[in-house]
Design a protein around this ligand. Structure first.
Ligand code: NAP
Length: 366
């Protein structure tokens, strides 16, 4: 086991391997990643590890016609690179089966609807076990996803093949073992070694992937890792390492006192993935934030804050003292207006500003 981990880590530095987060930040114009330059031209194949909605997001960017992407708010540098991309086949690799794919129906339908794209799913991967049936009976989402994938696989089997079309392969029951290095291009990835898996019951209706010891290679020149997220602890704050969250009650941070776990820290709140773990769509975050804001409002009304904290004035003073460059709401509005105006000129909802200098300059403009 120690050997295996060492082997994987040793190849982490191969070029052509990116986390989905880096790739998403690149095409969305995040200033820290706008110069990423992912390798889109070395072959026609990309592998995405993981079968969640982030994996689907990046597959969609790689496969959707650039004529359609041009009218979205994608960053200009990403659109130019994608216009020259040679990627035509994308493999979405999941360690479990189609019943367990961590997708939601709306997002899957969007990807399945990409023009001129062929879906490939092995028929044998679509056969379900009694345990799968139970999972589908207990979850409408799981059943819907399975039905959508089965329908897409059946439709693909009967469509005409077109040499220019793109392919999206759903690869089930495979877990990554190690990355392969190219013989021709030293230091560059040439594929992923995958271990076949089977599902074993983990109790309460859950099935987990277990390696079978059988391996196979999947060749590619681009790998995107989309296997989820985990929050990191913040100095001085309690942290549940297993769940990757700051323990809280409706957003109120639970104090470190072990004897009374439900005792909360007055004036300290958390929301988002740090509060509930790395799951959920945008609407989930809205409800999550509303709950935390509700707790803050209740505490203000009930006079919970005993200490005389300075509030936003104190925060501004601290930021000044630490020489942190900050953008206030009116600065954000100026950035928003500038991006929208630049977008209008190019027939897009917005053209993103992709450097810190440009963002700060727009925020400071009169
Ligand atoms: P996710 O939903 O947790 O999916 C992670 C995927 O990676 C799963 O297929 C998981 O398989 C796999 N995985 C995890 N660890 C692995 C390992 N060690 N080896 C192999 N595979 C592994 O994560 P995500 O896609 O990053 O999404 C995070 C959250 O954001 C989700 O709730 C998602 O729905 C949400 N999101 C929403 C939208 C949207 O609303 N449009 C867009 C993007 C993201 P297992 O299931 O076997 O663990």
């Amino acid at each position: 086991m120690v050997l295996k981990v060492t082997k994987i880590l040793a190849f982490q530095t191969l070029s052509g391997i990116y986390s989905a987060r880096e790739f998403v930040w690149w095409y969305n114009g995040h200033p820290d990643y706008s110069s990423l330059k992912p390798d889109l031209k070395s072959s026609d194949t990309a592998v995405i590890l993981g079968q969640g909605n982030v994996a689907l997001d990046v597959a969609r960017i790689l496969l959707r016609p650039t004529t359609e992407l041009a009218s979205t708010d994608i960053a200009r540098h990403a659109l130019s690179a994608l216009e020259e991309s040679s990627i035509r086949k994308v493999f979405l690799v999941g360690r479990r089966g189609p019943v367990q794919a961590a997708l939601t129906a709306k997002e899957l339908r969007e990807v399945l609807g990409i023009k001129n794209m062929h879906i490939r799913i092995k028929e044998t991967d679509l056969s379900v076990t009694p345990a799968d049936e139970v999972e589908m009976k207990n979850s409408r989402i799981r059943k819907r996803i399975y039905e959508l994938l089965s329908k897409a696989a059946a439709a693909a089997g009967t469509s005409e093949s077109d040499p220019d079309q793109r392919e999206l392969h759903f690869v089930f029951f495979r877990q990554p073992d190690r990355f392969l290095e190219s013989n021709e291009r030293k230091g560059h990835v040439s594929g992923v070694n995958l271990e076949k898996t089977i599902l074993e019951s983990a109790g309460s209706g859950k099935q987990l992937a277990v390696g079978t010891g059988e391996f196979e290679d999947l060749n590619c020149s681009l790998v995107l890792k989309a296997i989820g997220y985990k929050s990191v602890p913040i100095n001085g704050l309690p942290f549940d390492h297993k769940k990757g969250v700051v323990p809280n009650v409706r957003g109120r941070v639970v104090s470190q006192t072990l004897e009374s776990l439900s005792q909360t820290e007055p004036g300290l709140y958390v929301c988002g993935w740090l509060k509930r773990g790395p799951v959920g769509i945008i609407a989930t975050n809205l409800y999550c934030a509303e709950e935390t804001v509700g707790s803050i409002s209740e505490d203000i009304e009930e006079g919970v804050f005993k200490s005389s904290k300075e509030g936003s004035k104190g925060l501004m003073q601290l930021l000044e003292k630490r020489e942190v460059k900050k953008v206030d709401y009116s600065g954000w509005e100026k950035i928003d207006a500038k991006e929208k105006q630049m977008g209008t000129e190019r027939n897009k909802p917005r053209e993103k500003l992709v450097t810190w200098e440009d963002l700060l300059a727009a925020a400071a403009a009169n």
